[in-house]
Design a protein around this ligand. Structure first.
Ligand code: C2E
Ligand code: CA
Ligand code: CA
Ligand code: CA
Length: 278
């Protein structure tokens, strides 16, 4: 399965996604994919920088199409958002993620699980109901569920989205600002959103060992986040040099190919057995 992640170039050509016809057929296939189990969830371990312990994982949706092969989320999340199918897709991922973490925690662990939430879901009360209902039904400790939200202009202050984020945080789940540094009005957003964590975007991390300006930006972002009592996760950590830099800078957690690629849940269990435990 790890090899699959390395074979992205073999996937269906995203350029043809510009094609409206493909988008339409993709959407009807997406419904079918949900029904027939072509959609599944990969989990990428997230490690504590100080202890090296795997503290949680991020759920990343995967689509294994019988003819087209693996279709990666960047190729269908946008279309799912525009067509309204994202709610159903998110329900599927959330369910799989929370039950996977529940199983892991049944042996006394405190493993957290992160699920990506599209900003388009931050209208109405459906998402709040969905999250509350899922954690209640599966008896999952809310503080172990992390919802990752990418900063976008829809999250301007005084919007409904802002109220929904507050409601979600009142349920007791954690919020995480995804792709930090690439979006809209970063500093203002950090101050306002009740997030316990930020994830520094991969574009600032991947060249950390070579770029002095990236080092300066990442280091000061970590200091800033810490002074606001936010935890910092670095995504896209691809080698030991980058990991060492991040540890030295006081980053809290890391995710990336260096430690583990996204994997199916059965492989995650194996990973947890062989990697450091508490
Ligand atoms: P993201 O949330 O920023 O997720 C991180 C992406 O970086 C994932 O791509 C992951 O496989 C990849 N990655 C992890 N470590 C490394 C590394 O060391 N190097 C490199 N080059 N890449 C790494 P993936 O799985 O293809 O997902 C792409 C995006 O699709 C995600 O970006 C997220 O925005 C979206 N996505 C994935 N699953 C879901 C979902 O269930 N719901 C929603 N709304 N969006 C999702
Ligand atoms: Ca994410
Ligand atoms: Ca990201
Ligand atoms: Ca993203």
């Amino acid at each position: 399965e790890a090899a699959r992640e390395g074979l992205r170039w073999k996937c269906f050509d995203p350029a043809s996604l510009e094609d409206a016809e493909w988008t339409m057929s993709l959407l009807s296939r997406l419904d079918y994919a949900l029904e027939t189990g072509q959609l599944w969830v990969a989990y990428q371990p997230k490690l504590d920088c100080v202890t090296g312990v795997t503290v949680g994982a991020e759920a990343l949706v995967r689509w294994t199409h019988p003819e087209k092969g693996n279709i990666f989320p960047d190729q269908f999340i946008g279309a799912a958002e525009r067509s309204g199918r994202i709610a159903e897709l998110t329900r599927f991922v959330l369910e799989d993620a929370v039950s996977t973490a529940s199983d892991i925690n049944s042996s006394g662990r405190r493993f957290s699980i992160a699920v990506n939430l599209s900003a388009t879901l931050l209208v109405g009360d459906a998402i709040v109901v969905m999250v509350r209902e899922t954690i209640r039904r599966l008896r999952f400790p809310p503080e172990l569920l992390i919802l990752e939200i990418t900063e976008t202009s829809t999250l301007r202050s005084g919007t409904e989205a802002e109220d929904i984020l507050r409601e979600l945080s009142q349920i007791g789940v954690q919020l995480s600002i995804d792709d930090y540094g690439t979006g809209f009005s970063t500093l203002e957003y950090l101050k306002r959103v009740p997030a316990s964590e930020i994830k520094i975007d991969r574009t600032f991390i991947s060249m950390l060992h070579r770029s002095q300006s990236d080092r300066i930006m990442v280091n000061s972002t970590i200091q800033l986040a810490h002074s606001l009592s936010r935890k910092v996760v670095a995504e896209g950590v691809e080698n030991a040099e980058i990991l060492d830099e991040l540890i030295w800078m006081g980053c809290d957690m890391v995710q990336g190919y260096h430690t583990a690629r996204p994997m199916p849940k059965w492989a995650l269990r194996g990973f947890l057995e062989t990697s450091g435990t508490e």
